[in-house]
Design a protein around this ligand. Sequence first.
Ligand code: UDP
Length: 251
Amino acid sequence: MEDESKILTARSDGRACGELRKISFETGIAPNATGSVLVSFGNTKVICAATAEKRVPPWMNALEPPKGWMSAEYSMLPYSTLQRKQRASSAGKVDGRSVEIQRLIGRSLRAVADLEKTPGWTLWIDCDVLQADGGTRTASISGAYVAAKIAVKKLMASGELAADPFVDSVAAVSVGMFGGRHVLDLPYEEDKDADVDANVVMTGSGRFVEIQASGEEATFDDSQLAELLGLARGGIAEISRLQSEAIESAK
Ligand code: UDP
């Protein structure tokens, strides 16, 4: 049986099981975008930039009532990983993981947006990983919302947009089972050996948007899943608070 003192001791980076990494949102880092932020979840750092364009995909032109669109793209910069990752432009294709992640980011934003409020507009959200240390998709979703919301704020201030499409905020965090413990916000060191790995996307008002939970050569039961979701809920409440502060103080 595992020594109880070991179970209670902090994790390899000194955190308690339910503690987030140091999270920060540095806004305005890409001035040519309509809204931008460098989001850090510990050593995971992602540049999220929202750019508004006055056009929508052709299939949307026929919609009644007219709607806007929001779409995300995700990539890891070649030097963001421990071993250099080849650019998609050199490889000649985007890898499946990136496609999966960018769809997740887009769905997460659209889940909290009423796109009838942005007719004729597309908001592009670019998420580029500067440094990867686990949880790049959860940092991307959390940063994408901040960048998008700042862009909306700017368009409303300039009179280009009449109303805010966002009906709620959205954030994400990872949780998992590692070394017999339920842990929040896993760095790569834990992520690579976790028995259960989950990414939880949730609104600021506490409703689920998406849960990706998988056993990695392991299984989990209802009570373990409930425990993990509880941990995620606590983490997301804190991330939502930090998002609001960043949006509020953004110029
Ligand atoms: N990773 C990497 N190269 C890759 C993909 C992933 O180094 O091509 C590392 C990176 O640190 C990433 C972690 O593995 O954060 C976990 O990857 P996963 O696919 O679970 O996505 P993430 O946790 O970043 O959302």
